[in-house]
Ligand binder design. Structure first.
Ligand code: AMP
Length: 267
């Protein structure tokens, strides 16, 4: 083995990866708005790991299987139940987990700003070379945390990744952009956010779910990390989308044109 290659493989094999996993209302649940319009009903509703975060975890696990990563740490910020999400990540192949407990009013105001500050502190504390997040959380649809995190850490970012490869000590990332694909090369440490086509996440098997119960999970608070949780935005109201009007049947094209003219939709 050439010396430079040996050095590179050694350096890469010591790579520590952090993934962010958010507990969200399961994608298959029909969302109900609270009668007072202050938010959506969460009590008694099935929650799961944000689907894009499953993709992020899968990518990290594949990097470990390819011996590119040495250790994977999953982080979830939220109430006690976030530990269930972390256990799922551990069962998928993550090595250890950090639960940053955020509850009550703080949890109501928790968003990309606070989460990215928490993740930035942990990324430094854990000395990671790569953070992989989902491109967006399906509950708030913010698509901001990865970008803000890269900015706090002053690291390069490769968002909407559909392919990640190691390239001479850098990461070569194919990104999904409007109307095509863009390939970028970023220096590590960096932040990557996972798009839908990056991979197909594995299911956690029963033996791995059992093993995951014994993997280390530590609990921290935002205060332990010196992060202020005060929200900067106030949700004024949450409403259901407008109900779609019923359609109309038309006999032929002339009928369609006449009806559109009647409705003032054709000049
Ligand atoms: P967002 O910017 O809210 O759309 O979230 C983008 C990504 O940031 C998610 O897919 C997660 O990977 C990460 N993230 C957001 N909120 C949390 C959280 N509470 N705990 C852990 N990771 C999070």
């Amino acid at each position: 083995m050439r010396d430079s290659f040996k050095h590179l493989t050694h350096k890469m094999a010591s790579l520590r990866v952090m993934v962010g996993v958010k507990r969200v209302i399961d994608y298959a649940v029909k969302i109900r708005v609270k009668p007072d319009k202050t938010g959506v009903v969460t009590e008694g509703v099935k929650h799961s790991m944000n689907p894009f975060d499953e993709i992020a975890v899968e990518e990290a696990v594949r990097l470990k299987e390819k011996k590119i990563a040495k250790e994977i740490i999953a982080v979830s910020c939220g109430p006690k139940q976030s530990q269930e999400t972390l256990r799922t990540a551990l069962a998928m192949g993550v090595d250890r987990a950090v639960h940053v407990e955020v509850t009550g009013k703080d949890y109501e105001g928790l968003g990309p700003l606070q989460v990215s500050k928490i993740l930035a502190k942990l990324a430094q504390e854990e000395d990671v070379s790569l953070v992989i997040l989902g491109k967006q959380a399906i509950d708030d649809d913010c698509n901001q945390t990865g970008q803000m995190l890269a900015s706090y850490l002053d690291w390069p970012q490769a968002t909407f990744a559909s392919e990640v490869n190691l390239d001479d000590g850098h990461l070569k990332v194919v990104r999904e952009i409007d109307g095509g694909l863009e390939t970028v090369r970023v220096k590590m440490p960096c932040v990557v956010t996972a798009d839908l086509r990056l991979n197909e996440p594995r299911y956690a098997t029963l033996p791995n779910i059992m093993k995951a119960k014994k993997k280390p999970l530590v609990k921290k608070t935002a205060a332990d990390l010196g992060v202020e949780l005060a929200p900067r935005i106030e949700v004024l109201k949450v409403e259901d989308p407008p109900v779609r009007e019923a359609g109309q049947k038309v006999d032929d094209v002339q009928d369609l044109v006449a009806k559109l003219k009647d409705a003032g939709r054709l000049g």
